[in-house]
Design a protein around this ligand. Sequence first.
Ligand SMILES: Nc1nc2c(ncn2[C@@H]2O[C@H](COP(=O)(O)OP(=O)(O)OP(=O)(O)O)[C@@H](O)[C@H]2O)c(=O)[nH]1
Ligand code: SF4
Ligand SMILES: [Mg+2]
Length: 381
Amino acid sequence: MNSGKSSLFNALVGQPLSIVSDVSGTTADTVSKAVEIPGAGPCLLTDTAGFDDIRTSLGRERVSKTRKASEKAEIGILLFTDADEVEQEWFSYLQKAGMQVIPVISRADLLDDSALASRIVAVEKICGRKPVVFSALDDRGVSSILDAVRLSVSGRSEEISITGDLVHSGDTVLLVMPQDKEAPKGRLIMPQVQTIRELLDKGCTVICCTAGSLERSLASLAAPPELIITDSQVFGHVCEHKPESSRLTSFSILFAAYKGDIRIFMSGTEKLANLNAGSRVLIAEACSHVPLHEDIGRVRLPELLRKRFGRELSVDIVSGDAFPEDLSSYALVIHCGACMFNRKYVLERISSAVRQGVPVTNYGLALAWLTGILDRVEIPR
Ligand SMILES: Nc1nc2c(ncn2[C@@H]2O[C@H](COP(=O)(O)OP(=O)(O)OP(=O)(O)O)[C@@H](O)[C@H]2O)c(=O)[nH]1
Ligand code: SF4
Ligand SMILES: [Mg+2]
């Protein structure tokens, strides 16, 4: 507490968003801000409560929120005011949580040259890398922290592609994107936007249509598109009307591979066949939105499951961060495309299911299986 986290957060986002005060424990709940860091891309920065806020039960709740935030984070900026055992423990914790840790010596203006030099040595000994020296008085260190973030992002071993090996430069790709009541008002959803951007980067010609204008759009093309990517809600319709030579997949399936582990999701899909009327299924959505009557997770999937396996089949639906720790009572977990989560967070959920021996699949794969077209859709590799 009081190490200058909120001051650094405000310096990074360039706005006084998080309350700064000399009262220990000022940041009670996490404060997040989406920012575009040139060279790193879109990032969500989160300011947290101090890790040492453990004197009261409220403080312990704050620390548990901080731990929850660290499950999602890929990069941790850890502020050192001491380089003592407690800070050393937290450094190990963040590393174990799968984060790349950028060590920072905060409130550096309060240290004289020799104290600063020995703090640098002590922190480097703990972290195995030189800390950034930061002071909120003149924002010294902010550009070095942003450089370290860029380096962490560019240094990731695997650069994952959304469309994988399904397209090549010069291909024509038709995207079927129903702009119905489910679609956010006046916008395209993230998976559509990201897929379009990637296809353009790969040198493809991208054509977009709705399910209603599918046949007209196909007729306007000189040759069938090499690939059709559809919203899974209209899988059946597109499969029925697509040209023989055009391969078919869905945004949800592409995101199953991009955000999760397609191999594990595929083996979870096979377990759908083992469900029966007495089974309990968990449907997990990454974002919270106001449910609509056609909602894929709340309405469509439960209906298809009950139609297939019996009305008594029980379905629990969770959204946002509310993912149960104990999955043991579930026969299957079906996760959404998770466009609002990062891969690390989805992989963590998958690991939790695997550890507990509970099969896990995703919306697109489950819908393709339940509508009988799984063997006719393309899975990215
Ligand atoms: N001299 C100096 N004071 C700082 C610096 N950074 C923060 N402070 C002061 O330290 C106090 C705590 O700063 P915060 O940014 O609120 O610290 P925090 O880590 O977010 O605190 P909690 O939310 O309570 O855990 C405030 O009075 C700040 O003005 C700095 O670089 N130099
Ligand atoms: S996070 Fe999940 S539920 Fe929300 S829009 Fe993305 S895929 Fe759909
Ligand atoms: Mg704070």
